[in-house]
Design a protein around this ligand. Structure first.
Ligand code: SF4
Ligand code: SF4
Ligand code: SF4
Length: 448
């Protein structure tokens, strides 16, 4: 057990978080990392609250339980990397479970320990060449989208990705599990241009003007989603437009431990975001991970960057934004289409923003609509669901959620995270109708 004295079982004060000092030499020092891993793993061993959250914790506890002494001291620290490889940085252990996070003297920050392990592994290039190439391609989302949509490449890609036989043959080269659905790429659609709003109303911390950060997912994989958001905002008297020139926020690179690429993406996006904010626009992104990146991860990685602190205060989840407008009497509640039974999976990266169940609350404003919430991870988490070595575990994580969804026989399955909804749809044996919650709100308004 940790030798840092603590006179109470868990922290009672509001959690705080220390910045990630990734540019300091000690961050990538393997010995110091292993020492810190031992300290944290020992606390986790006696606590075990997080056992059902993901595969990192069961991997750690199995290593301990199968060791000679049933204690951490007889676990070979070479195996610690197995724990790191199962973490997909959802942050749930820190934000929803751990009583020992700072300011508790034990200062447990499990996700940031994992991040450090990922950064060391990335630096040491300790995966095979093919796996490193796969990881690089999968996490270069915008470049991948551009290439996959090139003439001829698009037809070839579609052909292979829809052929189980071809996927199986290629699996040993691509490192993508043959049962995992390959990402679908959609052509860009014509951008919806909302009407100009003449009477822009500020409410609380919202300016009533929004620039949408599409993120690579809405740009490449589900290209009609951003238009749905523009229409919902317009219907609520908010002046809305798409941002231009922005790139992927860097979340997949963070998950890989490639922090230089995260910095590169941050340096590209932050001046663009800042320019919008200076023109009195708030920023909204439809994917919870993009919002989390700017609200939490980047400010912790680049503590000294004042621009990021400013962006953090002006970026919103769409339902957080609409909810603030609703509290100020500015939400349009003229819904004309009831939606029946909605099963709603609360996405991890939205839950850890600590904004409360805003999506559920707003969907419940629609008459004759019932919302059943499932607060469990779907196990997609970007690349985790498609990689050969982790696909099996991702399906295992999804199964309890899928069972609840299937049992609820919903008219619609929804999640703020489009990838989570896709994962549930993929694992379920039933024919589910999935839609993003913002598309459901648009539908309930009767907006085309
Ligand atoms: S951040 Fe998420 S995936 Fe990583 S260890 Fe914590 S709960 Fe598991
Ligand atoms: S992260 Fe915290 S809550 Fe989770 S097992 Fe470790 S000590 Fe317990
Ligand atoms: S978090 Fe957003 S921008 Fe980043 S990879 Fe995911 S969808 Fe793309």
């Amino acid at each position: 057990m940790s030798d840092i004295f603590s006179d109470k079982e868990g922290g009672l004060e509001a959690p705080t978080r220390s910045p990630v000092k990734w540019k300091e030499e000690s961050f990538l020092n393997k010995e110091e990392f292993l020492e810190e891993s031992e300290r944290i793993y020992d606390v986790c061993h006696t606590c075990r609250r997080c056992v059902s959250l993901c595969e990192s914790f069961p991997t750690l506890f199995d290593l301990i339980d199968e060791s000679e002494t049933f204690e951490l001291d007889s676990v070979d620290n070479k195996n610690f990397q197995k724990v790191v490889d199962e973490c997909y940085m959802c942050d749930l252990c820190y934000q929803t479970k751990c009583p020992y996070v700072p300011p508790h003297p034990w200062a447990i920050d499990f996700p940031h320990l994992m991040l450090r392990g990922k950064a060391i592994s990335y630096q040491e290039k300790n995966k095979t060449f093919l796996k490193r190439a796969r990881d690089k391609i999968l996490t270069s989302t915008d470049q991948l989208g551009k290439i996959a949509k090139l003439p001829l490449v698009d037809i070839t890609y579609k052909g292979i990705s829809s052929s189980p036989k071809a996927k199986k043959i290629l699996s040993s080269i691509t490192g993508i599990h043959s049962d995992a659905p390959w990402p679908k790429f959609e052509e860009a659609v014509e951008e919806y241009i909302p009407d100009k709003i003449t009477d822009i109303k500020k409410a609380d911390i919202t300016s009533g003007k929004v620039a949408v950060f599409a993120g690579c997912y809405c740009r490449n994989n589900e290209t009609t989603l951003a238009n749905d958001l523009l229409k919902v905002l317009e219907h609520n008297g908010v002046e809305a437009k798409m941002m231009t020139g922005d790139r992927c926020c860097g979340m997949p690179k963070l998950d890989l431990g490639d922090l230089d690429s995260v910095e590169h993406a941050m340096k590209h996006n932050s001046p663009l975001l800042l320019k919008e904010i200076e023109n009195d626009y708030d920023i909204i992104s439809l994917v919870p991970s993009c919002v989390l990146m700017f609200k939490q991860e980047l400010p912790l990685l680049f503590e000294e960057n004042k621009d990021l602190q400013r962006i953090k205060d002006h970026i919103f989840d769409p339902f957080e934004y609409l909810s603030i407008r609703e509290s100020n009497g500015l939400m349009n509640k003229e819904f004309i289409t009831p939606l029946g039974n909605i099963t709603y999976q609360a996405a991890c990266h939205q839950r850890v923003q600590n904004i409360g169940p805003k999506t559920k609350e707003l969907l419940e404003l629609i008459p004759n609509t019932e919302v059943k919430t499932i607060e469990r991870c779907s196990g997609h988490d970007g690349t985790y669901a498609v990689k050969k070595e982790t696909h099996h575990n991702s399906v295992k994580i999804a199964k309890p959620v899928v069972k609840k969804v299937d049992d609820s026989e919903p008219d619609y399955l929804t999640s703020d995270c489009p990838l989570a909804a896709k994962q549930i749809e993929h694992v379920s044996k039933k024919k589910l109708i999935t839609a993003h919650p913002i598309s459901l709100i648009k539908k309930a308004y009767g907006v085309k």
